[in-house]
Design a protein around this ligand. Sequence first.
Ligand code: 5GP
Length: 240
Amino acid sequence: MKGSLLYEGKAKKVYHVEGQDQQLILSYKNDATAFNGKKKAEFEGKGRLNNLITSKIFQYLHAQGISSHFIKALNDTEQQVYKTEIIPLEVVIRNIATGSITKRLGIEEKTVFLQPIIELFYKDDSLDDPLINDEHAKLLANVTEYDLDDLKIEALKINSLLKKVFLEAGLTLVDFKLEFGRLPDGSIVLADEISPDTCRLWDTKTGEKMDKDVFRNDIGDLIEVYQTILNRLEEKVCVK
Ligand code: 5GP
C-alpha cells in the first residue's frame, strides 16, 4: 500500500510503502524537463509511457542476469522498487557521437565509436552535472575504485543487451544515462529509469530521432514517438 511522499524529483515522485521500509513506490510524472530544468513542459500520458517502457526494459535486463532495484509495475504510472541509496553519478555510455561530447571535444556528429565510451557526470543541479573523472568520483560520490570498475563493467553489459533489444525493435541505441544505487547490504544495483528520456534512440531505417531530443529540439510529437517505442518493445521483446 502506498505510504507518504518521501521526495519529488523532476520526473518522478517517490513514496514510502506502508509496513515495508526496504521498498519504495515510484510514480512517473507527465513533466518533461531539459537543459537542467531550464526548459519545461507537461505531456499528458508521458508518465505512463516511461513507467511501462522502463518496466519492460528492467524485466528484460533481469531475465538476462542484471540486478536492479525494480520489483514490479503496479499500474500504468507506478512501480515498486527496492530502496537504495542513489550514487550521485550519471554513468553515460556512448555508441555514436552526438550531444554534449560533440561540442565538448569537437568530435564529428554521428562518428561511430569502435568501443563504447563511458563518461561520469556528478549529479548536482547547482553545478549543472559536470563531467568528472574517477578520482573526483571517489572524492564526491562515496565510491571506491572497485565500485567504479564494477559500475563500468555492468554499464557495458547493459549496453550490449540494450543495443540488441532496441535493434530488434528497429532502433539504434546512440547513447544513454544510467544511475546506480546501493542496497542496505552495500551491493550496487542498477536504479532509476531506462526510457526515451534517458536514452538517445534513432530509427534504424530512417535515422529519425525517437527520444527526448524531440522535446529538447522541438522536432515532433513526444507522446506519439514514445508510444511507438512502447509498441515496438511490446511486439518484439518477450519477457517471461
Ligand atoms: P549528453 O551528455 O549528450 O547531453 O547526454 C548523453 C546521454 O545521457 C543522452 O542519452 C541523455 O538523454 C542522457 N542524459 C545525460 N544527462 C541526463 C539527465 O540529466 N537526465 C536525463 N534524463 N538524461 C540524461
